[in-house]
Design a protein around this ligand. Structure first.
Ligand SMILES: *[C@@H]1O[C@H](CO)[C@@H](O)[C@H](O)[C@H]1NC(C)=O
Ligand SMILES: *[C@@H]1O[C@H](CO)[C@@H](O)[C@H](O)[C@H]1NC(C)=O
Ligand SMILES: *[C@@H]1O[C@H](CO)[C@@H](O)[C@H](O)[C@H]1NC(C)=O
Ligand SMILES: *[C@@H]1O[C@H](CO)[C@@H](O)[C@H](O)[C@H]1NC(C)=O
Length: 809
């Protein structure tokens, strides 16, 4: 503690005591005692409520472009069983859809690219009319059928719905296999006995299949096969293997189908071509019990044998209830590190909170032991979809809730670097995906580094991976690494007209890439410094300032011809140093909102306006605040961003500006903004996510906002705002310590959302931020709330670190 802080602390303590003395003495001794006991209890354990799974609604975000996968999955599980529908089916199921096309076993959640996986869907039917096989329905077009809107039951590890043919379809999973239970309606006595049919198709959701081969055993009905497919937001191909077993009835006959046409008693089906339905079917004799048929589907990226073994090992008994119970227990275990005292808030907020955490653990997917590409003892995770979206809140949330999994993920990323030459930015089904901005795996890795994750992580190789991103341009930088590195080194920005012969990529996003590269370099500089690479540190801490090169001081911005009054914005620049122009409001909801994606004329800022990207200097907010005219002007600019219609919370760069008031000494306004967006933009309804969930990015944003500590990803910094509950506690499963954040004077109606004073472990805490040691070592952060902004956390020395004012290195 330096002297100034010490004196200041004394002063603060004195004024705190005199200000709140009457309140202190009216506090009953028993209440005081309860507080103390509360502290002790929180230190000893932390546990989610027993019925926490009732507070998870997997259907949130299944309309309006949320693209959430609502089906059955384990935490980070590979098998994800769910219904596939027409409509917006990136995650398989769209709550606004009308038709189910099949039930499939592999999905991604919340993605913005094409529909992911959905391979080898199965589809149940009752009797073929007139008991004639040609009268059953085979192709997707023929068989698609309505589903009953009020029949859905979605829980962590379980999903069910009724089809319009009255078949009730339930599903659950293990890590690498799915288990379905189809219950057929009672057949009237006068009609033929029930002879249900279940088919396996070789298509996937985006109709990307090249070839597929299926084999069916006429005795057992076991169907095995493989198919070659394309990734949903990347290049290359992948092969998936599966193995289906049935239980509940004896086999009547089997066959194959191509499009609408079935053929009895073939044992093998070969299907070629992208769009065609084609596969095998089994027709059963009357089910032995309860009109039910069970279908177990084993999956593997290695071989058919492994697919079968995965199912046999993980689900030998086809015991549906036991499989659900195991899945629920796994989810419960993951959530048990968090406990809340709600303080009487509306139950909807609990649902938003737990569902947000739940969605954060759907991806990435643990494909360890399923990697066909290289031999390794390291873990392998996939479905990084994409790191541009996930580094900001998903991985920081895993770091506090599940540091073990985050450690495995970091190891897996480093192993991908080892074997492919680069860290990925986006990766799905063993294929390289598209890079959206900077090399943000740098920021992901460094976030874990500065938070002290070590267990088995080879940081020497990790550091090489960071250097590679920063220094060596890959042949195709749309798939990994960075483009324009020679310009970055010589000019200090990516010029809008910069072309080089070192590689190919997409020549757009010159401004957003530049500000992200600057931040990535800052992140790397922290590791350079910590590991004693002095020269690297000097290089990267210098290029971390490159954002300044694209700041055009005299740039103005008008909306509908009316000047906004703010001067100075990021702008594109040419090779010769002169300025190009992009309207600062373009790519915001106010001007061409959908014009800045990965397309050739996609503009100079990715999924956001230059208004927004002008705020992207997390490494030196002090300098940015100054550059934009000081704290007052900065605050009014940030207010304008949020209030003018410019801000779209549906993309991840929008997250941090909710909290950047902290850097202008107005932490209360960050809390105010968080409450403005939750629940108006993030809530518990089917459409309660403002954009694609992106593998849980939106979910993890909600979780952090409600926990009250917002991470500045890539830094050892959490910005403090009051939790949305009276108290939250997080158990660090690696250290066994509990971190508790407690609101005093908590108001469940959220009118008292302003911190008046804070104490950390009983001592006054003036900074409006804290570091990861809080989660590592545990402790109690107590926030006293009121209805008005206070002086707490407002002084210059209370602000989070910035490169120009110190605190990082
Ligand atoms: C089955 O139906 C098809 C087409 O409706 C018909 O051509 C065929 O003769 C029928 N088969 C039997 C055995 O009735
Ligand atoms: C699923 O895999 C994870 C990671 O290997 C493991 O911890 C967990 O126990 C597995 N769950 C089941 C039900 O086998
Ligand atoms: C804005 O600044 C640039 C140099 O940065 C200069 O060339 C240009 O003339 C200025 N524009 C106005 C309107 O002052
Ligand atoms: C819930 O969130 C969605 C998506 O952001 C929004 O459109 C809707 O208005 C919100 N609902 C409520 C009741 O605030």
């Amino acid at each position: 503690m330096d002297r100034a802080t010490f004196v200041d602390d004394l002063y603060k303590l004195a004024s705190f005591l005199s200000g709140s003395i009457s309140e202190t003495i009216t506090m009953l001794p028993s209440k005081l005692l309860a507080c103390v006991i509360g502290v002790l209890a929180a230190q000893a354990s932390s546990k989610a409520p027993d019925n926490v799974l009732d507070s998870i609604d997997p259907l949130i975000g299944t309309i309006n472009g949320g693209h959430v996968f609502p089906g059955a999955t384990l935490p980070f599980g590979m098998a994800k069983a769910g219904p596939d529908t027409d409509g917006d089916n990136q995650g398989g199921f769209d709550s606004a859809s009308t038709l189910v096309t099949g039930f499939s076993h592999m999905h991604d959640s919340g993605t913005g690219g094409g529909a992911s996986m959905g391979n080898f869907p199965i589809f149940p039917q009752g009797n073929c009319p007139d008991d004639n096989i040609t009268n059953c329905k085979f192709s997707v077009n023929d068989r698609s059928i309505g589903w009953k809107k009020d029949s859905i039951r979605a829980r962590a590890g379980y999903f069910a719905l009724s089809l319009d043919n009255s078949i009730f379809a339930e599903m659950t999973v293990t890590n690498h296999s799915a288990l379905y239970r189809f219950t057929y309606p009672e057949t009237p006595k006068e009609t033929l006995p029930l002879n249900p049919l279940i088919l396996v198709d070789t298509i996937d959701l985006s109709r990307s299949r090249a070839t597929a081969t299926l084999t069916i055993d006429p005795e057992t009905g076991r169907t095995t096969g493989r198919g070659h497919y394309s990734p949903s937001f990347g290049t290359g191909r992948y092969t998936l293997y599966f193995c289906t077993d049935v239980k509940g009835a004896s086999i009547r006959d089997i066959g194959t189908f191509q499009e609408a046409k079935p053929e009895l008693s073939e044992t093998e089906a070969r299907v070629v071509g992208r769009a065609n339905s084609g596969g095998t079917f089994v027709r059963f004799n009357t089910p032995e019990k309860d009109n039910q048929i069970l279908v177990r589907v084993g999956l593997s990226f290695i071989s058919v044998e492994k697919a079968c073994a995965n199912a046999e090992n993980e689900n030998p008994d086809f015991d549906f209830e036991a499989t659900v119970a195991t899945a629920e227990a796994e989810w419960k275990k993951k959530l048990d590190v968090v406990s809340i005292k709600t303080g009487g808030v509306d139950r909807d907020f609990e649902v938003m909170f737990w569902s947000g955490i739940y969605r954060t653990m759907i991806s990435p997917q643990d494909y360890t032991d399923e990697n066909p590409l290289w031999e390794s003892d390291e873990p392998y995770y996939d479905s990084f979809y994409c790191i541009w979206d996930s580094f900001r809140t998903i991985h920081p949330l895993l770091t506090i809730l599940d540091p073990h999994s985050q450690t495995l993920i970091v190891r897996s990323l480093i192993d991908i670097y080892r074997h492919t030459g680069y860290l990925p930015d986006c990766r799905m089904t063993f294929c390289k995906g598209y890079t959206q901005g900077g090399s943000n795996a740098d920021s992901l890795l460094v976030d874990s580094f500065v938070k002290g994750l070590t267990d088995g992580i080879d940081w020497v190789t990790g550091y090489q991976a960071l250097l590679k991103d920063a220094r060596v341009q890959p042949p195709n930088w749309l798939l990994e690494g960075r483009g324009g590195i020679q310009f970055w080194n010589s000019l200090g920005y990516i010029p809008i007209d910069g072309r080089d012969s070192l590689g190919t990529g997409l020549y757009s996003r010159s401004v957003s890439r530049s500000v992200e590269y600057a931040y990535n370099d800052f992140c790397i500089a922290q590791v350079s410094k910590a590991r004693g690479h002095k020269e690297d540190y000097e290089t990267f801490s210098k290029s971390a300032e490159n954002w300044q090169n694209l700041f055009k001081e005299n740039q103005t911005s008008a909306i509908n011809g009316v000047d906004t009054g703010f001067v100075g914005f990021m702008q594109p620049r040419l090779l010769d140093g002169s300025w190009a122009y992009q309207d600062p409001i373009r790519c915001s909801p106010l001007l061409e909102p959908h014009s800045c994606y990965l397309n050739a004329d996609g503009g100079e800022s990715y999924e956001g306006s230059l208004w927004l990207y002008t705020f992207y200097v997390p490494q030196d907010m002090a300098s940015l605040v100054k550059t934009l005219g000081g704290p007052k002007k900065f605050t009014s600019r940030l207010d304008f961003l949020h209030e003018s219609g410019l801000h779209d919370m549906g993309n991840e760069p929008a997250f941090l500006p909710v909290y950047q008031y902290h850097y202008a000494g107005r932490p209360g306004l960050s809390a105010h903004r968080a409450h403005a967006y939750i629940p108006s933009q993030f809530n518990h309804s089917l459409g309660g996510i403002p954009g694609n969930d992106d593998g849980g990015a939106m979910g993890s944003f909600i979780a952090f906002a409600m926990l009250g500590l917002y991470p500045v990803a890539g830094q050892d910094v959490y910005l403090i705002t009051p939790p949305f509950f009276e108290e939250v506690s997080i158990l660090n499963s690696a250290t066994g310590k509990v971190a508790t954040i407690r609101n005093v004077n908590f108001d469940p109606k959220y009118e008292a959302i302003y911190i008046q004073s804070a104490k950390l472990n009983g001592k006054p805490w003036h900074r409006n931020w804290l570091g990861h040691d809080f989660f590592r070592d545990g402790g109690v952060l107590e926030l006293r709330l009121g209805r008005k902004e206070s002086k707490w956390g407002t002084r210059e020395k209370d602000l989070p670190p910035s490169m120009s004012t110190g605190g990082f290195f």
